[in-house]
Design a protein around this ligand. Structure first.
Ligand code: B12
Length: 223
């Protein structure tokens, strides 16, 4: 008969096996193997944060931008197919007070980075409302008024959409919303300069960086 510690080691060993399959698939840029490996890891109930941090992100160290695009598609496709309850079970159990609203700015239809950021936020146990792509500035404002919303995360890949970012910021940084919500920008068009020009509270160099910033905001309850 196995004792508990042996069983525990066996579970850990098999987790590692599934994580290695993800790393390997991302390394060799094999999209279908990525999907299968991610799906198997999900079926094994491996926490989402481990699938991403120990699997996908480690694999990406070798495979560059094409790997990022493929892995983002693969993750996105697999996560979307599991229901909200299961997603919550796979997330870190954290108690954050406040919801995060994300969306890609009006005029911009790039979705992969925003989706990955959303998946990582959910894997941390954050409550996320995803408004999709091509989101009107007014819509961000409308959601910012919801009592539980504390953070607005805007994805922004097309430089031409900068005036829309300024429009959102002028709606969110005035009146009662000024001290109610924090705004973080993410995506390829974002830089320190853009964050300063638009008056955003922060910008993310990548999704994990963004989630760290949001986690600090939600934990320190500075609202
Ligand atoms: C894939 C892609 C597309 C796909 C998008 C598919 C999809 N469903 O998203 C398609 C083919 C549709 C597309 C279309 C276009 N594209 Co395009 N596209 C890209 C490409 C190659 C990769 C983007 C991507 O998905 N990366 C992978 C993801 C995972 O990375 P990411 O978006 O950077 O996100 C990461 C972080 O930034 C962060 N993040 C992102 N959002 C957020 C949000 C928050 C809140 C947080 C915290 C973090 C966060 O998290 C992610 C993980 O770390 C980039 C090149 C590049 N270097 O970015 C060009 C690029 C963005 N595209 C570009 C252009 C010009 C276009 C088109 C106008 C082309 C055309 N002439 O039609 C159209 C735009 C149409 C429109 N109205 O939006 C330009 C933009 C240039 C600029 N500075 O304005 C780029 C930079 C290519 C280039 N070098 O010229 N594109």
């Amino acid at each position: 008969m196995k004792n508990i510690s042996t069983e525990y080691k066996e579970v850990k060993k098999s987790d590692e096996h599934y994580i290695n399959e993800i790393i390997e698939a991302v390394n060799i840029l094999d999209f279908y193997s990525m999907k299968i490996a991610i799906r198997e890891a999900i079926n094994m109930r491996i926490p989402m944060v481990d699938i991403i941090k120990k699997g996908v992100l480690v694999g990406l160290e070798e495979s560059g931008e094409m790997g990022l695009i493929l892995a983002a598609e693969a993750l996105d496709g697999e996560i979307i197919s599991i229901d909200e309850e299961e997603q919550k079970r796979l997330a870190k159990s954290q108690n954050y007070s406040g919801k995060v609203v994300i969306g890609t700015i009006r005029g911009d239809i790039h979705s992969l980075g925003k989706n990955i950021a959303g998946i990582i936020m959910k894997s941390y146990g954050m409550d996320v409302i995803d408004l999709g792509v091509d989101v009107e500035p007014k819509k961000f404002e409308e959601f910012a008024h919801l009592p539980e919303v504390k953070v607005i995360g805007i994805s922004f890949l097309l430089s031409a959409a900068e005036p829309r970012i300024k429009e959102v910021m002028s709606l969110l940084k005035t009146g009662e919303l000024k001290n109610k919500v924090k705004v973080i920008l993410g995506g390829a068009a974002v830089s320190q300069e853009i964050a300063e020009e638009t008056n955003a509270d922060a910008y993310a160099t990548d999704a994990l960086h963004g989630v760290d910033i949001i986690e600090k905001w939600l934990k320190t309850k500075i609202f």
